[in-house]
Write a protein of this length. Sequence first.
Length: 730
Amino acid sequence: MTLANAMISDTSTYLDTLNPEQRQAVETTEGPLLVLAGAGTGKTRVLTTRLAHLLLTGRARAGEILCTTFTNKAAREMKERVGRILGHSADGVWLGTFHALCTRILRRHAELMALDPQFIIIDADDQTRLVKQIMAAQNIDDKKFPARAFLGIIQSWKDKGLPPEKVQADHNNGPALAIYTAYQQRLRASNAVDFGDLILYNLQLFAAHPDVLQEYSARFRYILVDEYQDTNIAQYLWLRMLALAHKNICCVGDDDQSIYGWRGAEVGHILKFEQDFPGAGVIRLERNYRSTEHILGAASGLIAHNKGRLGKTLWTGDKGGDKVTVAAHWDDAAEARYVGEEVETLQRAKQSLKEQAILVRASFQTRAFEERFMTLGVPYRVIGGLRFYERQEIRDALGYLRVVAQPDDDLALTRIINLPKRGIGKSTLDALTQSAREQQISLYQSIRRALEAKTLKPKMAETLQKFLDDFARWRKLLEDTAPEAVVEKIIEESGYRAMWQDTKTPDAPGRVENLKELVRAIGEFPSLTEFLEHVGLVTDTENTENDDMVNIMTLHAAKGLEFDHVFLPGWEEGLFPHQRALDEGGTKGLEEERRLAYVGLTRARKRAWVSYASNRRIYGQYQNSLPSRFIGELPPEHIEKPVGAGGMSSQGWKAAVEEVYRQANQQRPAAPAPVREKLTATHPNFPVGTKIFHQKFGYGKVITAQGDHLQICFEKAGIKKLLADFVTKA
């Protein structure tokens, strides 16, 4: 009996539970292999069973297998599953995240990279502080060039495997390359690395010391890769180097679920696998064990519009099920009410809340659903992020509003007094705070008395005087100006919005969107005081230990999760696909957005709802929205008859827009409050004040005119800007 045969007790216990394609992926052990695993097709089962199969058949010892994952959670889950198949732990296998595995190698060979083996790994806060120190030393204005922006550039270079000496200097880099060079020098001097260095130093180690690369390439006789579609360039190069000797590399992934291009992932790696490894086998896992026939049909029909894909079609043995519902709504408030009603209906039918999820494209969308669930008394959780009013930018903005409403609110004042930076030093603030305590007055009053007594240095006095004057002016505005207009002015004039607009981190645009949503939220209350009272009650709600809650999260955060019932709101042009993705990525950006929609649909096991709003309220006024092009790409045979334009062919999408508004307008709310805008300018045929009619928006009145451009206040659709040729006198 051979060693291999002796080690196999009964392969049927783990192989016979696999379908033919899964079993083929497990048993094809030699040579390069790409396993295209569609959503819900048992990807993790294949990967863990393959790992266990290599051990049980004696093809490799534990230390000869390298298996990479993208999260520690995935690594733990895989270890547990392998252990259940083996009947004992999988200790010895190099199984973990890219960063964890690279750390092990780098510590063993640290001296070759001029590091001590006990090097430290710094976190994001330490990175930011270090960049700020370098910027100060190089006299770079951190207001003009935020430190986080430079960190984003540095990380992108590391994700591409580029140390400073390999980055080409050009005018587009600005001072970034000089900062990168100094940053790396300071890290080395401190015997420290950041996360990007862990892989970057591995690449440099292998390039400079071929004997080290040869050692590891020979050691890892089998390489297994999870979520291959999410690898960045540095990770891709690392894997290719290690697979040079034997090419026994098995990559499992789904090109249709590559949704992290914004953080460096390259879908091209999985698309060109057969070019990188000539003679590679490709096995498609297409049998889905998660979703209904109609959900899969809708998702497959949608993703088929992408050109950059290898191609596969999901199917299930479970026929039937509910079709995907597509619904149109007048606005996002109506959309939130609709989702709330559906959730309550499911709850009454004894469907678990924790098996229901609302997946949004942008984080600002969560507020409408949070407010609705609080009104209904339905417990919910926000996964992968904070509740709306707990987010940093919202709490900061609320700090300004609290000081406007109540100047003696010390907690709010200390939060925002130097945000954005105004040059108010810690020593000055400590002195003013100490004075306030001694006199038993608020910090605001302490500042005012210090200014009256002229005890401050001239420049500091000027800064603090302007600070108090701003709040006095905003407080005065509240007497005769709508609260949302005042809040918009506060966010703008304080420089807080500009601070985030100038920050080049990936989350900065989302924070700016959240600030817009805050302005809109305030517009729903008659006064700032009532709004702040509402927020206080909302944020003071006790956290329940009840695990049965509706899940709210972004589509990006939902990858890898699944629920019985999934709601997909906000499928509108400009929101989904997101306009920023289209502007920055063009066709590539559009295809990633479509993959994101595919991921959203395939999270659902039993039912999926797609919805969109014909209008979204921005600053108290409705803005017209068109349904997402993705709705027109959903196959009609898998769509429940929609309330509006869903389910038509892509050719008929634009032609159906008028019908969308006709039906959605049946849900319209009462006319908006009268517009307090001064009537200005004129037009020869449409003087200011002229009553007009528009085929889509109905009756309205001209309020401004500049050339052929009219600004019209419609009775039911709010303010719109239109060309004179498209309206007639009423």
